[in-house]
Ligand binder design. Structure first.
Ligand code: GAL
Length: 409
């Protein structure tokens, strides 16, 4: 007579579900309408394996969630899996041996052949071993425009940042906030990086952030970027909302002309049942430098000593990149899949722009892939200080930024 566990395991394997129904706590910061709809697709797929996705959503932005996630892992109270951004955020946890080596799963699932662009997997790789499962490609390099706001203002929808700035007085005269912006450092930091890319150009951002070129950081080209950012500060003076998705809602409801935000904003337009190209317009690279950064999200699995948890972690890691899971999640998240071999079906006009840029190789690394989170946080704090104080001159801010870059690792 087989012990009950043997029968249980045999039955489960026959039905394609997990041998043991294991609860796995998964932390992330996806709490907006669009984000919640997307992460529910991961939970549904994991529950279908017979395991149980225990949702550990942490409200607020990544800047709120990351310290909580990291301190739990360092403090010996790890979750089963956690979302972080592509890039260097888990560097120290991996080097401390606290994150599970997923190389075996990556090889069994053929990730090296399916993840596109391959730089996403490079971002998960330390000393030749793979420590994360990339799940999407998000890019910050977007601006979202309310067609209604410009219609109310009696001006055409801009096709680029320059036209947007020119349209600002008409928007204000129509009682609109030209530029929507939440009041969190990562939002000003992200928007600055988009203006740096679009107005300064990809060579300049690489010189400053990639090469730490101090001449470039103190140069006239970068000064122009600061002038543009000061203009953005003026245009957002009446935007007092806190969270990024509240700022997106100002655009969705036509109260604001536009928002510089990553393409996770698409999830909010979808939940509001707005149609790309009709209700809203998207400008990759602010219509000046059509490029995307390969930001986005990956899942990491802290090591633990419970074999059932470890088995469930491995099952989840493999599941996240399955074609059907990639389509279900990314379609709701507004992001692009990490596989080049899946068809998202009829994508909207904005997602099509993104996929075309990705296919053309018009991509650059995200901030998180180039700079450490400590440097990013320092830059974000400077930008928020600049943003909140109209008397803070672009010249002084440029000097402060250059000083941060001079000390960046
Ligand atoms: C980013 C993350 C996105 C999006 C955004 C706003 O860091 O990569 O998935 O959710 O935060 O919460």
């Amino acid at each position: 007579m087989k012990p009950i566990t043997g029968i249980l395991a045999a039955t489960a394997l026959a039905s394609g579900t997990a041998a043991f129904a294991t609860d796995l706590e998964v932390t992330h910061w996806w709490t907006s309408g669009g984000e919640a709809a997307a992460v529910a697709e991961f939970a549904k797929a994991f529950d279908a394996t017979g395991n149980q996705w225990v949702d550990g959503a942490i409200a607020g932005s990544g800047n709120t969630a990351r310290p909580i996630i990291v301190s739990r892992i360092l403090g010996g109270d790890p979750m089963g899996a956690t979302q972080l951004n592509h890039g260097r955020q888990a560097e120290e946890l991996i080097e401390a041996g606290l994150m599970m080596d997923l190389t075996e799963i990556a090889e069994a699932e053929g990730w090296k052949d399916i993840v596109n662009p391959s730089t996403l997997l490079d971002g998960c790789t330390v000393d030749g071993k793979i420590y994360c499962a990339p799940v999407n490609i998000h890019s910050w390099q977007w601006m979202w425009l309310s067609n209604k706001a410009f219609e109310d203002a009696g001006v055409p929808v801009p096709t680029n940042w320059t036209e947007f700035v020119e349209a600002a007085p008409a928007l204000e005269a129509a009682g609109k906030i030209p530029l929507a912006m939440g009041q969190q450092p990562w939002q000003q930091g992200g928007a600055f990086n988009v203006i740096l890319t679009a107005v300064g150009g990809i060579e300049l951002i690489d010189k400053i952030q990639g090469q730490k070129d101090m001449d470039a950081a103190m140069g006239p080209e970068f000064a122009e970027v600061w002038t543009a950012f000061a203009k953005a500060r003026d245009m957002a003076a009446k935007s007092t909302v806190q969270d990024w998705n509240q700022a997106t809602n100002l655009v969705i409801t036509g109260q604001a002309g536009g928002q510089i935000m990553g393409d996770w904003a698409q999830g909010e337009f979808q939940v509001a049942e707005q149609t790309a190209g009709e209700d809203y317009t998207c400008l990759p690279g602010l219509g000046l430098e059509a490029i995307l950064d390969t930001g986005g999200d990956a899942f990491y699995f802290p090591v633990n000593d419970d074999p059932e948890i470890t088995a469930a972690q491995k099952e989840l890691a493999a599941l996240l990149l399955k074609p059907e899971v990639q389509v279900a999640f990314n379609s709701k998240k507004g992001s692009m899949p990490v596989r080049g071999d899946v068809d998202l079906g009829t994508v909207n006009a904005c997602m099509k722009k993104g996929l075309d840029l990705l296919a053309a190789g018009n991509i650059m690394p995200s901030r998180e892939q180039v700079l450490t989170q400590d440097t990013i946080n320092e830059i974000n704090d400077l930008l928020t200080e600049f943003w909140a104080d109209p008397s803070y001159s672009p010249e002084d801010a440029q000097k402060a930024y250059a000083d941060i870059i001079s000390r960046a690792e």
